[in-house]
Design a protein around this ligand. Structure first.
Ligand SMILES: Cc1ncc(COP(=O)(O)O)c(C=O)c1O
Length: 504
């Protein structure tokens, strides 16, 4: 069936993959479906590019070009492997990677379809990386992309979520579908309080919660309210994700960076900062990965009490601690001085746009009013669904399932770094969806990032997230959506890029 022209083989398979495959006069394999969804798979055995990568690239290109439309079924791995003359594992690997990237979805019954919506296109090596920690528009132009901010949404618990949606539609009273106040739905406040007080050690009460569209909206509302109430200066971890820096600048607040060490933010610098609020990631500093020590937490709380200042706790990925239970939230130490911010973006999917804040009582009205003015409240149906999902224990179940998945990817990354790039120094605790590794002093971070991009590797440096600008070079490895073999391949590409930088 398969005809080879030299080492190059082109296979065309259609949506009706079960129809007989025949060769055309050009030596290409065709289905007799004649459907617009036909996909062209090109294999060049001399290219030095692994076959699974070539298959991935062909299918990806077909989806992007619209040749394969949303919902189109792909051939079973065995069929495609036989058609291409490769082992089934090669096709499985390619499908898995495309599922991880969001191009394909695996359906129960073992078949694979083109996803309903296409992931965003990459906009060139490192360009989004320079401006944001949420690199939504990455991933397509690179052979491997360590860009941070992509949760493995292919693992979204669709069936369990759907059960909760059904429950909401069959049980929620009509008035729940009307406008609500800016805090969100009481059912979700209750379910989240139970969860957070149990798992994160918060002292949350339902009346002090505001549901928002992710942490991104939460920090935006908080900064607005602080500015309205006369705040002048906000302290941020240096380095840190840049949402707060950009939002504070837009609200007319001064920004001061507080250096971060291996154990999180350096509190003595906070004392000198003359700030009205500080934003911290105490459970897992973003990006450097440390945990704020108990002594430093107590000192930050003393600072806040003395100054009447506010601590904004961004608890973005505490659910993913792999070696022990995570340290409890700071909010539990001083609920009158700490705003706790949580998000479903790391645990479930960023596209849900679900976040929550537990606020000191004096901020509840201001923040919920700002939320109403911003968008009249988050989707009630999503909130009720999440409340049911939490109450059924599905959230805990999902986390129990995902922790070993991410842990294996993290271990694969650390193993690959240890064997292929032992001169890099990984930092931080066993947690989350990313690792920072420091570069040796002779390697320039920007040069390594640029060389990596030339070799097909997407990776961000720590530099763009620094506030004062100084500090050692480091790389941020987002591993959440990459298969273990893609991680190893990515590290190999990085090793090649680093050799090139050294050689020049
Ligand atoms: C430090 C940090 N906090 C919070 C978030 C989550 O933001 P959101 O809830 O708006 O998706 C992210 C996402 O990447 C992040 O990097």
């Amino acid at each position: 069936m398969v005809r080879h022209r030299g080492a190059r083989q082109v296979t065309q398979l259609g949506r009706n993959w079960y129809t007989p495959i025949r060769s055309d006069s050009m030596g290409r394999l065709r289905t007799n479906s004649g459907l617009a969804e036909d996909l062209l798979i090109e294999l060049d055995r001399d290219a030095g590019v692994p076959l699974h990568r070539q298959i991935e690239a062909s299918i990806r290109a077909s989806i992007r070009a619209g040749r394969l439309r949303a919902g189109a079924s792909l051939p079973p791995t065995r069929t495609l492997a036989a058609g291409l003359g490769v082992s089934r594992g090669v096709v499985v690997e390619a499908y898995q990677q495309l599922v991880a990237e969001g191009y394909l979805v695996s359906r129960s019954g073992g078949y694979t379809q083109v996803a309903a919506s296409m992931p965003p296109a990459a906009d060139g090596a490192g360009s989004t990386a320079a401006s944001t920690a949420q690199p939504a528009a990455r991933g397509v132009g690179f052979r491997v992309d360590f860009g941070y901010g992509r949760t493995d949404v292919s693992q979204f618990p669709r069936a369990a979520w759907l059960r909760s949606v059904r429950t909401v539609f069959t049980t929620a009273p009509n008035d729940r579908f009307a406008y609500l106040d800016g805090r969100g739905v009481p059912e979700l406040h209750g379910a989240l309080c139970d969860y957070l007080n149990r798992v994160r050690g918060t002292l949350a009460v339902p009346g002090n919660m505001v549901i928002c569209n992710g942490y991104g909206q939460g920090i935006s509302l908080l900064i607005q309210v602080l500015a309205q109430r006369g705040a002048r200066r906000i302290a941020l971890e240096d380095p840190s994700s840049d949402d707060a820096r950009v939002l504070a600048g837009a609200a007319g607040l001064d920004v001061v960076g507080i250096p971060v060490g291996p154990d999180g933010v350096q509190v003595d610098a906070l004392h000198r900062a003359d700030a009205d609020a500080v934003v911290l990631t105490p459970s897992h500093q973003w990006p450097t990965g440390g945990v704020l020590s108990a002594a430093a937490r107590a000192e930050v709380i003393r600072w806040a009490r003395r100054r009447g200042a506010l601590v904004i706790e961004d608890d973005y990925d505490a659910e993913y601690r792999y070696d022990r239970s995570p340290v409890g939230a700071m909010q539990g130490l001083a609920p009158d001085h700490v705003v706790y911010c949580g998000t479903a973006s790391k645990t479930l999917a960023p596209g849900l746009r679900l976040g929550w804040m537990v606020l000191p009582a004096h901020l509840v009205t201001g923040v919920s009013t700002a939320k109403l003015l911003a968008d009249r409240g988050s989707s009630v149906i999503d909130q009720l669904t999440f409340a049911d999902f939490l109450a059924r224990g599905e959230f805990d179940r999902h986390l129990r399932r995902m922790r070993p998945v991410y842990r294996r990817r993290r271990d694969a990354l650390l193993n690959a770094l240890r064997t292929q790039l032992p001169e890099l120094e990984p930092a931080g605790i066993a947690a989350g969806q990313h690792v920072v590794a420091w570069l040796p002093p002779d390697l320039d971070e920007a040069a390594v990032v640029a060389a990596a991009a030339r070799h097909g590797l997407g990776i961000q440096g720590v530099g763009p997230f620094r506030i004062a600008g100084a500090g050692p070079g480091g790389l941020i490895f987002g591993y959440a959506i990459l298969s273990e073999s893609a991680i190893a391949e990515g590290v190999a590409l990085l090793a090649t890029a680093i050799r090139e930088v050294r050689g020049s």
